[in-house]
Design a protein around this ligand. Sequence first.
Ligand code: FAD
Length: 276
Amino acid sequence: MIPPIASRFVAGETPAEALEHTQKLNQRNVNVILNLLGEHYHDRKPADEDAEVYVRLLEDIERSGLSACVSVKPSQVGLDIGTHVFRENMERIADAANDTFVWIDMEDHETTDATLDVFEQLTREHDGGVGVCIQANLKRTEDDLERLASLPGKVRLVKGAYDEPKEIAYKDKAKVDAVYREYLEYMFQEFEGGIAVGSHDPAMIEYAKELHEEYGTDFEIQMLMGVREDAQYELAEEYEVWQYVPYGGKWMSYFYRRVMERKENLLFAARAVLGR
Ligand code: FAD
């Protein structure tokens, strides 16, 4: 069982707990992106098993009628073993999703080409029912966005979570913010498949609202479970909001990352341990 201290960021260990969390959020007009925790498998067995869990989760979502979709990490379903394993498992997952949207998360720069290739194939085959994440900190993203503009399927723009080499990525936070804005404007002008603003940054959310006013393009806001949840509920009164909700037995390293990334989260964890 997940200790109460981690349950701010992780919905539980089982699909039933994740769906219970989904139901509560749906009641507050927030939609849910479910992510089974797991990454970097070097054997086929766990990769295939996690793909199977997603297939069953998709059946559960469709039976439940909840407003939810899934988001899959490429290395969780076999990319570290080979692109063919990743492709086969993503095909299984996308085939199992009838009316439910399937996102593909983006990992470090060595995986970008394979991830975009598999995304392109699947989103064409599934009439735009598959989406992909793209990272503003990578210098190549300007070119990738041009390719993505011509495809069906939603694109989630994030700042980028991986510590990439300076030759291929912007390292300066202000520069990443500047290109994030630039890419967002391009997306509001050119994208027909759908735009997701994957950020907790109030400045980026405000900018997206302005772009929506200017260009009339629809967009959705995506934030993580446990981060700025009050803002999520408030935004959901006017905009489409999706909460990214991790669940599963492998919650420890995810919880650790969340706690370490911000001083406030570290204090929250320390207070919980000390019982204050
Ligand atoms: P930051 O630039 O970190 O912070 C800017 C401002 O936002 C802060 O000053 C503060 O005002 C506010 N803020 C940020 N975090 C918090 C917090 N914890 N509590 C309170 N306020 C806060 N990255 C990938 O590389 N691949 C992915 O597939 C991917 N998927 C993602 C999916 C979603 C739904 C989200 C939200 C992020 C995802 N990311 C992914 C992570 C992303 O790349 C960033 O690392 C992460 O979101 C931090 O950047 P930011 O834009 O939220 O804000």
